[in-house]
Structures are given as C-alpha cells and as structure tokens.
Write a protein that binds this ligand. Structure first.
Ligand SMILES: C[S@@+](CC[C@H](N)C(=O)[O-])C[C@H]1O[C@@H](n2cnc3c(N)ncnc32)[C@H](O)[C@@H]1O
Length: 230
C-alpha cells in the first residue's frame, strides 16, 4: 500500500536528522568535488549575508528549522525565536547545536499548526518546496494568521541544480511533485519537492494575496521576502 507522501516525507526527515548536515557541509554523498562544493559553500554565505541585511528582529517564528542551520543566525537578530518542526530527532540536533537561550522549540505538524500568537518575522529555509500545491493556500493562510500587522516573511530554498543533491539522487523531470530520496543506509522515501523560480513563486503568491520579491543566489538558492498585499 502507498503511504501518503507527506507522512513519508516527515519520516524521512526524522530518520535523516543525524546525517542531514552532510548536505550543508558537502561531505559523504553530498561531496560533489572541490569546485562544486565551493560554489555551494559560497552560496550559503551569500544567503547568510542577505539574512543579516534583512535583520530578522523582534519575535521570530521559524517553520521547519531542521538541524538549526539558520536558527542560530536568526537568534542573533531576534529577541526570541519559536522554532516549529515535526521531527523530534531534528529538534534534538537543533537544540544541541544552537544552544541560544532565546530559542523555544515546538514539535508540531505545520500542516495542522495553529499559531497562538503573532510574530514580527516568519522565516522558513528549504521548506516551501515541501508544501504540495494543493496545500499552498492553507499554508499561506496560516502564515498570514501568524504575522503581526506590518510583519515580514523571509524564506529561502534550493534551486534545481544537480550539484546540490546527493550523487545517488535522481534529478526531477518536472512532471511531478514527488521525488525519491535516500539515506546513507540505502533506505529510500518519497517526498514532495516543488522547485520554484523567482518568477513562479512571485506569481503563485500574487494569486494568494501576497506581494513577493524573489531572486536567485548563485544558481543554488531562491531567496524571497513576502508581505500580505493589503
Ligand atoms: C529540508 S529540511 C529543512 C531544514 C532547515 N530549515 C534547513 O534549511 O536546513 C525540512 C524540515 O521540515 C521538517 N518537516 C517535514 N514535514 C514536516 C511537517 N509536516 N511539519 C513540520 N515539520 C516538518 C523536517 O523534519 C525537516 O526538519
């Protein structure tokens, strides 16, 4: 029997927590050679510079923090970060790594998450690509409900560049939202992965009542800011 890809995707990330940072650090199956590794690492630094320039201050909600690759950076600007992820093992790694006193952790499924407060900034890294198209409107309505008046949304994701994924992952053919991903031990899982261009995310958000400004960074990242179009 086929499992719901959203459930399979949450299992995949929970099982991947201890090896997740191999992707960010370009080691193991994510080592794509010196030149490509350098391109990725430079692109991550360029994204970090953009986040610093944006200054995610005040009360910040981070959706899907994973192992905290952006959480520690957000915590330097924010008064307080509330980090919401479904995976207990991801949150465990994040807690160990980030160690900032102003970060609070919440284990919850984003697709049923009902924020109990409003935030100055909402951030998500490498998450919007995992939201299926049929759930996009509900997801963005939840984000709007969690945003203070005048608040800002910032998100980053990866572009469909073959140097980014593991060498034993197949690149998507563009006809489906579902991709198959592997762990180091060979187990494989279906996940949702929607790739956006700056133009396609702007168009999708415009239809959902948001003003979005997006750009690509070094052919590796989509970097976007958004606010409700009131
Ligand atoms: C690609 S990782 C992104 C992690 C981190 N933001 C980054 O940029 O490295 C996706 C994250 O989404 C989390 N996740 C997957 N499905 C979820 C769900 N339904 N609700 C909450 N978190 C979920 C996973 O546990 C994982 O931490």
């Amino acid at each position: 029997m086929q499992m719901d890809p959203l459930i399979e995707q949450s299992y995949y990330y929970n099982e991947r927590a201890s090896e997740y940072d191999e992707c960010f650090e370009r080691i193991g199956r994510y080592d794509r050679g010196d030149e490509n590794n350098r391109r990725w690492l430079d692109a991550v630094q360029a994204v970090r510079a953009e986040i610093d320039a944006f200054r995610p201050t005040g009360n910040v909600l981070e959706l899907a923090p994973g192992t905290g690759n952006w959480t520690w950076q957000l915590s330097k600007h924010a008064d307080r970060v509330v980090a919401v992820d479904f995976s207990e093992s991801m949150l465990h790694v994040c807690r160990q790594k980030v160690k900032s006193r102003n970060v609070e952790y919440l284990q919850a499924d984003i697709f049923s998450f009902q924020p109990s407060e409003q935030f100055d900034t909402i951030f998500f890294g490498l998450w919007i690509s995992h939201v299926p198209k049929e759930k996009a409107a509900d997801f963005w309505a939840m984000v709007a409900s969690a945003l203070k008046s005048g608040g800002r949304v910032l998100f980053v994701d990866t572009l469909p560049n073959p140097i980014i994924t593991a060498h034993d992952h197949e690149m998507p053919n563009g006809s489906t939202e579902i991709e198959r991903r592997k762990l180091n031990d060979g187990r494989s899982f279906q996940i949702v992965k929607r790739y956006f261009t700056p133009t396609s995310i702007q168009m999708e958000l415009e239809l959902l009542g948001w003003k979005c400004s997006a750009k690509s960074i070094d052919d590796c990242f989509l970097f976007a800011t958004a606010e409700p179009d009131t």
